[in-house]
Design a protein. Structure first.
Length: 544
């Protein structure tokens, strides 16, 4: 396995192979399954459609072109592409090369992208030219100048100073197939301290994830999956998502956003049968569905990324006329969900059961002791899809994992009498802003460098649309900063704007516990008390 990654112990490798979870499959074979006709439509976007054969040939020629540039098996490539044909063909081409995509989001900016390139010693960066008004070509040029390992910059669209991705094309080569036990790509964690940790996913473990998630929701060659969320998210990538739908010979419809104005007409036009949404967009869809001529009775919506409000679950299923499934999952691997057809009370109030029979769940108290059945505690997990260590993070891994390989999820849960998982809260210091996990520690570290900030605490506050927004409690140094001051400062640092604080509270001092730590529970309670009136000295949340 790639240096810097943590392998599963030999006895677990043998077990997962023996039980058929790991079958030696390679993700590069997704577009050329023997049972799938090359003439079958594989992907649909606003720009048109492509067949399995067309995408397979493009991926093959792109892999050869990347090889001709000097990209080899084991190299890391930061991929920052929006939903579209290029996301699919670039991913498959890199899988076939044995090079490893490091998936960033189109919402990321210089801070995150340069960090990912440095941390992985990436040799190439692949970006859109301009996306939603932001010029990624300038960002890519800056990153290439700043990160010594970066040798190549590629872009879809008008290339500017970079090389056009479309021009990377060569006659197909006989390439040495990668070891299925090797890392296929990297996802990003919703970490609590500093920048996100890197999650290595192997061909073996992710191929199994694609199979078992497809089985749970009944995905097959007749499935039409709508990628409404960014495909670089684990949920839309492989639960079963884009890759899992292609693995069973289905059709993928790729949208630019989850907005009902874009997605509901696509569902009607393409006969979509499966999609993934955050609770925020379930609400928006249910409020907008009467404005569109669309029948959702054949649609399954996988709801995840944040806890689904029970009242919303019941009302949305009735208004939309579809089937809801409720998911708890992590890019790190473990996945639990309710199954299609289960009672709405189960869907509304639980996150169901593990999708893998060998996913081991342990619920422990603050002393790491297993709690009694039905009691609340932190969820620890281990299984054939769950990593054994973050990439190049030995010190953090000693904290994040138990000695016997269980991952601390940082989520508090309990099990119902029927064995279903109920997520009750979290231990991790993370703001869940519309499904994007924002590390409070990362934003605090940046803001403490602001000349007008002596100290700061980032606290999650409830929000009916985004689930949570962030509030910056600031102890000022001299002339107090304004909320726009802080947001402009973070933008100048190259930070993604979904991490910016939504509200500012100026305080004389940060409340602390008896141990001297910032008491975020009390700060959060203060926000809840003030929710119905403008906060004294504070500045109100900005729009989503």
């Amino acid at each position: 396995m790639l240096t810097g990654c943590v392998d599963w112990p030999a006895e677990f490798v043998e077990r997962y192979r023996r039980f058929g979870y790991w079958r030696g499959e390679r993700l590069g074979d997704l577009l050329r399954r023997p049972r799938v006709s090359p003439e079958r439509t594989a992907v649909v976007t606003v720009a048109g459609s492509r067949t399995y054969g067309e995408l397979d040939l493009r991926a093959e020629r792109l892999a050869a072109g990347l090889h001709g540039m000097g990209i080899r098996a084991g190299d890391r490539v930061v991929v920052v592409l929006p939903n579209g044909f290029d996301f699919v063909t670039t991913s498959v081409a890199l899988f076939r090369l044995g090079a490893m995509p490091v998936y960033a989001l189109p919402a990321h900016r210089r801070t995150e992208i340069e960090y990912l390139a440095r941390e992985t010693e990436a040799v190439a960066l692949i970006v859109p030219s301009v996306h939603q008004g932001f010029d990624f070509r300038a960002l890519a040029s800056e990153a290439i100048s700043a990160v010594p390992s970066l040798r190549y910059g590629l872009t879809e669209g008008e290339p500017g100073p970079l090389r056009s991705l479309a021009s990377v094309d060569a006659e197909p080569l006989e390439l040495e197939p990668p070891d299925p036990r090797e890392v296929a790509f990297f996802l990003l964690s919703g970490g609590t301290t500093g920048m996100p940790k890197l999650i290595p996913r192997t061909h073996d473990d992710y191929a199994y994830q694609l199979r078992c998630t497809a089985e749970v929701v009944g995905a097959d060659a007749h499935t039409v999956y709508l990628a409404a969320l960014p495909a670089a998210h684990n949920a839309a990538l492989g639960c079963p998502g884009v890759l899992g739908t292609l693995a069973v010979g289905g059709r993928v419809v790729m949208a630019e956003s989850p907005s009902p104005e874009e997605t509901l007409p696509l569902i009607a036009a393409e006969g979509v049968t499966l999609t993934t949404l955050m609770p925020t967009f379930v609400l928006l869809w249910s409020e907008a569905v009467d404005l569109f001529e669309v029948n959702l009775s054949s649609l399954i919506i996988e709801v995840g990324g944040a806890k689904l409000d029970p009242e919303l679950a019941s009302s949305a299923q009735q208004r939309l006329g579809c089937t809801l499934t409720h998911w708890f999952g992590m890019a790190e691997g473990v996945l639990c969900c309710t199954r299609p057809g289960e009672a709405i009370d189960t869907v509304a109030n639980t996150q169901g059961r593990p999708i893998c029979p060998d996913d081991e769940l342990r619920i422990v108290d603050e002393h790491a002791r297993t709690v009694a059945p039905g009691e609340e505690g932190e969820l620890l997990v281990r299984g054939p899809m769950t990593l054994r260590g973050y990439y190049r993070a030995p010190e953090y891994n000693r904290i994040a994992f138990t000695a016997d390989g269980f991952l601390h999820t940082g989520d508090t849960v309990r099990l119902t009498a029927a064995g279903d998982l109920m997520v009750t809260g979290r231990i991790k210091d993370v703001v869940n802003r519309g499904g994007e996990k924002v590390s409070a520690g990362e934003v605090e570290e940046r803001l403490r460098a602001h000349p007008a900030v002596r100290d700061v605490a980032i606290v999650a506050m409830p929000d009916p649309i985004l689930v949570e927004r962030s509030c910056a409690f600031v102890v000022a140094e001299g002339e107090p900063p304004t909320l726009p001051d802080l947001r402009l400062y973070l933008a100048a640092q190259g930070m993604a704007d979904f991490k910016f604080p939504d509200r500012l509270e100026l305080v004389d001092a940060l409340e602390r516990t008896s141990l001297g730590k910032v008491d975020k529970q009390r700060l959060r309670a203060t926000l809840i008390e003030r929710a119905s009136v403008p906060a004294g000295g504070g500045q109100e949340p900005v729009s989503p």
